[in-house]
Design a protein around this ligand. Structure first.
Ligand code: EPZ
Length: 421
């Protein structure tokens, strides 16, 4: 296991290339199962989660070729040769469950290891399963696996999600593309990654409308064909690196960044102390003069403040001139970065789903532990502004969602290195 050591106190100046979205890729790749023709994805980020999804698809019979150092991935699945998404792969990455809809649509059968919980919460799959049942699938839960069958194929259905689950919307949308008849998904997720998936599916011949709104209508077609699709920019990587020059000082251009992907987040970051400007190549973020200002945050589904940027914002607000209240409404246990920030001298009081951050003028570098992907990057951000050295252990969490983080930050003047732990 590696660790990352960052020396605080160095303002950032320069530019950072924003990669393709991990959370778009993890649903675009299994979409390839819906056709026997090749699906080519460009602007693919080089992340361990992408490697895990590649491993899963290959275990199901896909041929995955990657070019341009992994930035272009072609997936061809002439035949699905296995119905089973194995526990050993699924336990590593919950998003493995996104093969369920495509496998049922293509072959009428899937055996998926239940993903189980993860650090941030129980993360059940009830919406995925009840939606697919409404479309004619029969689900049998035994020995830790979901045995899903649709012997007569899937049929269209009108289905209301009790929560606008991103993954459930993606699974149901993909399944509906080949179902017989019309499917209407109500209270669907509206995240940009949903729109990106719908755009790709339309390029493959699917009949989908309403993506990006709470009602998505899909009319099933007989088959889909191959396509080439460019993965949308990663708005969570973007938001993470927008915070970096605000917490550390300086001014950084985020190449490929687009404000409309993160409007609610940008408003809160400006209130806290950022100047955000559009540039020809993306966005420029500059730290405003004076101390960081306290800001209250409530995570919500899109277009609200993204839960995936809550931990990073907490690191920034630990330095604010006053108290901020952060309410996490999406996951039940997403404050594991708080105890680690406390060890750096932050003042944070967590009560259930609410954390009150009383800003301090200084954090002290310490040896801290990464627990989940976004919590680990919040510790790196805190380390950029803390006095002395901060060592973040177990950085394999980071490799899941941030490609070349040390290189990108070093290029802007951060004093940061990675070593074997
Ligand atoms: C996606 O996870 C993202 N992952 C997550 O990003 C992100 O935090 C989340 O959406 C919310 O935006 C990928 O896209 C691969 P959900 P997903 O289903 O689809 C409950 C990161 O850091 N729920 O929208 O799993 C669930 O328990 C990751 O990149 C049900 O109750 O999220 C949670 O409380 C972390 N039943 C809430 O909905 C279900 O059937 C949101 O989950 C499904 C979900």
């Amino acid at each position: 296991m590696d660790k990352i050591i960052v020396e605080g106190g160095h303002p950032l100046n320069g530019s950072i290339e924003i990669a393709g979205a991990k959370n778009a890729c993890l649903t675009l790749m299994p979409a390839a199962l819906l056709t026997d023709e090749p699906l080519t994805l460009t602007n693919v980020p080089r992340l361990s989660d992408i490697a895990t999804m590649t491993q899963l698809l290959e275990s199901l019979g896909s041929e995955v070729a990657s070019l341009k150092d992994g930035q272009v991935v072609t997936i061809a699945t002439e035949n699905i040769t296995s119905d089973t998404a194995d526990y050993e792969i699924v336990r590593k990455m919950r998003a493995s469950n996104l093969v369920l809809g495509p496998m049922l649509a293509r072959n009428g059968k899937a055996i998926l290891s239940l993903p189980g919980g993860c650090a941030i919460g129980a993360r059940p799959m009830d919406i995925h399963l009840s939606g697919l049942e409404a479309m004619g699938a029969v689900m049998d839960l035994r020995d830790g696996y979901i045995h899903a069958d649709a012997p007569n194929g899937l049929h269209g259905a009108e289905f209301e999600l009790h929560f606008p689950s991103v993954g459930a919307t993606e699974n149901l949308m993909m399944a509906a593309t080949l179902a017989s008849g019309v499917t209407v998904l109500k209270n669907a997720a509206k995240e940009p990654e949903i729109v990106d998936l719908a755009t790709c599916l339309r390029a493959m011949g699917a009949d989908i409308s309403g993506d990006g709104t709470e009602i998505i209508t899909i009319t099933g077609v007989a088959r889909l064909h191959g396509a080439t699709h460019r993965v949308v920019c990663d708005r969570i990587e973007l938001g993470t690196y927008m915070i970096a020059p605000v917490i550390a000082g300086g001014s950084v251009e985020l190449l490929g960044g687009r404000r409309e992907l993160l409007e609610a987040f940008c408003e809160k970051l400006e209130q806290a102390g950022a100047v955000i400007e559009d540039t020809d190549a993306g966005l420029r973020v500059t730290r405003r003069e004076g101390r960081i200002q306290p800001v209250d945050i409530k995570t919500e589904v899109h277009p609200g403040f993204p839960t995936d940027l809550q931990a990073q914002m907490m690191a920034l607000l630990a330095f604010a001139d006053g108290s901020s209240v952060l309410e996490e409404t999406i996951f039940e246990n997403r404050f594991m970065h708080a105890p680690e920030l406390l060890r750096m001298g932050a003042q944070i009081d967590v009560q259930g789903g609410t954390a009150t951050v009383s800003g301090v003028t200084e954090l002290k570098g310490a040896r801290v532990m990464a627990t989940d992907l976004r919590a680990s990057v919040s510790l790196i951000l805190a380390g950029l502004a803390a006095s002395g050295e901060t060592t973040v252990a177990r950085v394999y969490h980071l490799d899941r969602g941030y490609e070349q983080l040390v290189r990108k930050l070093s290029a802007c003047g951060a004093v940061i290195r990675r070593e074997a732990d």
